[in-house]
Each structure stands twice: as C-alpha cells, then as structure tokens.
Design a protein around this ligand. Structure first.
Ligand code: DAT
Ligand code: MG
Length: 131
C-alpha cells in the first residue's frame, strides 16, 4: 500500500469541483484517508514548489495557490502515486486528454485543478508538510 498527497487547488474548490474529484478517486478504488479544507500560507507553498523557484512563473504560482481555500487529501491504495498521476493527466490542462481531471476540468497550465505527488519520496515529505 502506498499513500500520496492530492491538493484540490483554489480554482477547483472555487468552481465546486471537489465532489466530482473525490468521486473519481473513490470510483478508482482508492481510499481517502485524510481530508482537510484550509487556506495555504505563502511559506508552505514556496517550500512545496521549491524545485521551481527559478522559473519565471514561480511568483504567479505561489500567489495563485494562496488565493483561496484548497482541499488537502491523503489518498491510499496500491500504486496510488502513479494511479493518481494518471487520473490527473499532464500538467498543462490544454494538452491533457479528455477523461483526465485536468483534461476535463482544468483551464490552463497554472489553473490545473489538482496537485498529485510524483514519487514515494515526494509523497512522504509533502504529506508531512501539509498534515
Ligand atoms: P505537476 O503539477 O504536473 O507535477 P510540475 O511539478 O512541473 O507539474 O509543476 C508544478 C506546478 O507549477 C504545475 O501544476 C503548474 C505550475 N507550472 C508548471 N509549469 C508551468 C509553466 N510552464 N507555466 C506556468 N505554470 C507552470
Ligand atoms: Mg510536480
């Protein structure tokens, strides 16, 4: 069994997509083991996206992630990290195929509805950071 961090980003929460996203996760047979609604503070978002701090979009990304409430989820299941990345789809919503969360609900590369951890190491450190 593996666990991963999912964040329903501010655009997803504001557009009332939480129920649909949770449904997709449960329909896939995964288990939501923690779920919290909160508004993220800038330092936590900066730490979460530290690997992108030299990219030109970093400040816009941090500003966006702190604009409103998010839903933090710990999701547990077999190969959950890869399975959730597959459900999320590619980073850029405009290139994400229909049937993926980003393909169906995302509106841009920034406003791409959810975060999903990309490795066991990232998942463990992100879960520790946010829970
Ligand atoms: P992912 O969220 O698919 O793991 P990532 O870790 O490379 O992608 O980037 C984290 C977030 O940063 C991503 O969800 C949206 C934003 N981002 C990435 N590339 C971007 C770009 N070229 N322009 C604007 N925002 C970008
Ligand atoms: Mg990433």
């Amino acid at each position: 069994m593996e666990r991963t961090l999912i964040i329903i980003k501010p655009d997803g929460v504001a557009r009332c997509l939480t129920g649909k996203i949770v449904q997709r996760i449960e329909d896939k047979g995964l288990t939501i083991t923690k779920m919290v609604k909160t508004t993220l503070e800038t330092p936590k978002v900066e730490a979460h996206y530290a690997h992108l701090k030299d990219r030109p979009f970093f400040s816009d990304l941090v500003a966006y992630m702190t604009t409103g409430p998010v839903i933090l989820l710990e999701v547990t299941g077999e190969n959950v990290i890869q399975v959730m990345r597959n459900l999320a789809g590619p980073t850029d919503s405009c290139k994400a195929p229909a049937g993926t969360i980003r393909g169906d609900f995302g509106t841009s590369v920034t406003q791409n509805v959810i975060h999903a951890s990309d490795s066991v190491e990232a998942a463990e450190s992100e879960l520790q950071r946010f829970f």
